[in-house]
Write a protein that binds this ligand. Structure first.
Ligand SMILES: Cc1cc2nc3c(=O)[nH]c(=O)nc-3n(C[C@H](O)[C@H](O)[C@H](O)COP(=O)(O)O)c2cc1C
Length: 480
C-alpha cells in the first residue's frame, strides 16, 4: 500500500503560487520517501471474516497451478481495491464494520469510519439483496494505477480489469455457497463513507455472499486498525490529475437498484450447448489453472475445442444486469473471426447465434496482418481465433446514463472471464488483448463505423514463451 502523506488539498497550483516555499525544501519534500507504516497485526479467529477473506484471496490473489492469479489484468496492475463490509462481534453485539483488504500482504485493515454511515450502507445493501445477513465485497476501481501506464485508455482497462475481478469473486463465492453481484449500487453512500480514506476510486460493483459454509482450514485472519489520523490512501495531485480526465458522470451517476436474476451475461442464443457451461465447483478448479498465453504457436488447435470454449458464454450468473433476452443486438455483441479451415467448420456447427457472429477471414492466417491488428504485438500473430466484443456507440454512450457504459464493460469482462475458464478447460491457449487496432478490426469483422470494439480475446495453441510483453514497464502495445 502506498500512502501519500502530503496534504492533498494544499497542492493546487494556486496554493503553490501564493505561498512559494524555497525551491530546496519544495524539492526535498517532493522526493521524500516516508518509512512504510507497519500496521500492528492482531490474529483474530473470526470464522465469518476468515471465510470472506478466503474467498477474496482465492479469487484475486492466490497463484494456482497455472502460475498466475485467477484473473488477468492489463500489465498485471490490478487497478482496484476490495472493501469487505461485514458484521463483527464487538461488546457482545454484531456491528457492521468496513475492512480494506490488503491483497498482497494478506490482511484486513479495519477502517476508521463512523458507525452510523457503515450501518446505513450495510442496511441499504442488504435491502436490495436476496440473501439473509450477507457480507459484501465492494469492488472499488482505482483508474490511476492503469492510467499512469496506459494514459487515458487505461480507464477502459480499469473497468475491464475490475469486471474480471468482480466476476471471479462471484464465481468463487458461488463455488462455496449463495452469492450475487450488483452493478446498481448506492454509489453516493459508498463515496460518503469511504471517499476521504480511499479517494479517486469508482465504486464498480458489490458481490454479496451468504456468511455460511466452511471457512478455510487455516481460519485465522490478521487484522490491523487503521489510525484515525492516517492520511488518505492516494498519490495526491498526480492521482487527482488522472481522475480529472474521467467524465465525472461515470464515478457518480447510476441506475436505481434492480432485481438480481440468474442468466447468461450475453444473449448467446440457443445453438451453444448448455452442457458446456461452467459448473459452480468447476469454476474454482479452472480459475486456479487459468493463465494468459505468452506466445501463440502456429500448430493447429483441436478445432472443436476452440469452438467448445465459446459455449461457456451460456453460464448463468446471478447479477442485476438488465439483459434484453429475445431482443438480439440490444446488449453486447460478439464477433468471432477465424481463418477458413477446420476451426471455421467447427464454429459453424454452433455459431452464429443470437448476438454472436462468425466471420471467416484470411487475415487470421496472415501473421503480419494479425500483428497489425494487435498494435505490433507479434506474440499474438499466430492466434487462431479473435473474439471481438463490440456494440453500437449510441447504445452505451448515453448522456445522463453512465450505467449503460458500466453494464457494457462489465458484460465484456464477465464474458471474457468465462472464456478464459472455458479455454482452460478445453486446453486452448488464450489471452486478453487491450492493445488492438479498432479501425482494422472493424474492417475485418465488417462492422459499421458507429460500432465500438471494447475488448478482444485471442485463442489458439500455446507456443510457450517466458515473458508477457504486456507486463514490461513500457506500454508495449501503445507504441512505447
Ligand atoms: C484489460 C486487459 C487487457 C490486456 N491487454 C493485453 C494485451 O494487449 N496484450 C497482451 O499480451 N496481454 C494483455 N493482457 C493480458 C495480461 O498481460 C495478463 O493478464 C497479465 O500479464 C497477467 O498474466 P496472467 O493473465 O497470466 O495472470 C490484458 C489483460 C487485460 C485484463
Amino acid at each position: 500500500m502506498v500512502v501519500e502523506t502530503r496534504d492533498v488539498a494544499a497542492e493546487s497550483p494556486g496554493a503553490h503560487a501564493e505561498h512559494r516555499v524555497p525551491f530546496t525544501s519544495e524539492w526535498l519534500d517532493m522526493i521524500a520517501l516516508k518509512a512504510p507504516r507497519n500496521p500492528d497485526l492482531v490474529p483474530v479467529a473470526d470464522q465469518r471474516i476468515a471465510r470472506a477473506m478466503g474467498i477474496i484471496q482465492e479469487a484475486l490473489a492466490q497463484q494456482g497451478a497455472g502460475g498466475a492469479r485467477s484473473v488477468p489484468s492489463a500489465g498485471a496492475l490490478f487497478p482496484y481495491d476490495i472493501v469487505l463490509l461485514t458484521e463483527e462481534e464487538r461488546d457482545g453485539a454484531l456491528r457492521p464494520t468496513a475492512f480494506k483488504v490488503d491483497l498482497v500482504r494478506r490482511f484486513c485493515l479495519r477502517l476508521p469510519v463512523a458507525a452510523e454511515p457503515v450501518e446505513a450502507l450495510h442496511t441499504e445493501l442488504a435491502r436490495g439483496c436476496t440473501l439473509a445477513h450477507p457480507d459484501h465485497f465492494l469492488v472499488l476501481a482505482r483508474p490511476w494505477l492503469s492510467m499512469r501506464k496506459y494514459g487515458p485508455r487505461g480507464h477502459l482497462y480499469t473497468h475491464l480489469d475490475a469486471g474480471h475481478a468482480a466476476t471471479n469473486l462471484l464465481g468463487i463465492a458461488l463455488g462455496r455457497g449463495p452469492a450475487e453481484l450488483r452493478l446498481r449500487i448506492p454509489r453516493l453512500a459508498i463515496r460518503e463513507l469511504l471517499g476521504a480514506l480511499l479517494p479517486y476510486r469508482e465504486a464498480h460493483s458489490v458481490i454479496s455472499v451468504a456468511p455460511s459454509g466452511p471457512a478455510p482450514r487455516n481460519d485465522q485472519v490478521w487484522i490491523a486498525d487503521q489510525a484515525a489520523d492516517a492520511p488518505a490512501d492516494s498519490h495526491g495531485a498526480m492521482e487527482e490529475f488522472c481522475w480529472s480526465q474521467i467524465p465525472q458522470e461515470l464515478p457518480e451517476g447510476g441506475d436505481p437498484m434492480a432485481p438480481v436474476m440468474s442468466r447468461p451475461v450475453v444473449d448467446a442464443g440457443d445453438r451453444l450447448s448448455q452442457l458446456l457451461r461452467i459448473g459452480r465447483h468447476e469454476w474454482r478448479l479452472l480459475a486456479r489453472l487459468r493463465r494468459s498465453c505468452k506466445t501463440f504457436a502456429r500448430e493447429a488447435t483441436d478445432a472443436p475445442d476452440t469452438a467448445a470454449a465459446l459455449n461457456t458464454l451460456l453460464t448463468p450468473l446471478p447479477t442485476d444486469l438488465q439483459v434484453s433476452e429475445g431482443k438480439p443486438g440490444a446488449g453486447l455483441r460478439i464477433s468471432v473471426v477465424v481463418a477458413p479451415g477446420p476451426v471455421a467448420d467447427a464454429c459453424r456447427a454452433w455459431l452464429p447465434s443470437a448476438d454472436i457472429r462468425l466471420i471467416v477471414s484470411e487475415v487470421v492466417a496472415d501473421p503480419d496482418g494479425m500483428t497489425r491488428l494487435c498494435q505490433g504485438q507479434g506474440h499474438i500473430s499466430a492466434a487462431q481465433a479473435l473474439v471481438l466484443f463490440h456494440v453500437p456507440r449510441d447504445r452505451f454512450l448515453v448522456p445522463g446514463r453512465p450505467q449503460a457504459l458500466r453494464d457494457l464493460l462489465f458484460q465484456a469482462s464477465a464474458a471474457a472471464q468465462l472464456l478464459y475458464l472455458g479455454a482452460t478447460r478445453q486446453r486452448v491457449a488464450v489471452t486478453a488483448v487491450g492493445g488492438f487496432d479498432a479501425y482494422g478490426l472493424r474492417e475485418v469483422a465488417g462492422l459499421g463505423s458507429d460500432e465500438e470494439v471494447v475488448y478482444l480475446l485471442a485463442l489458439g495453441a500455446d507456443g510457450g514463451g517466458k515473458e508477457k510483453t504486456d507486463r514490461l514497464a513500457i506500454a508495449h502495445a501503445h507504441g512505447e
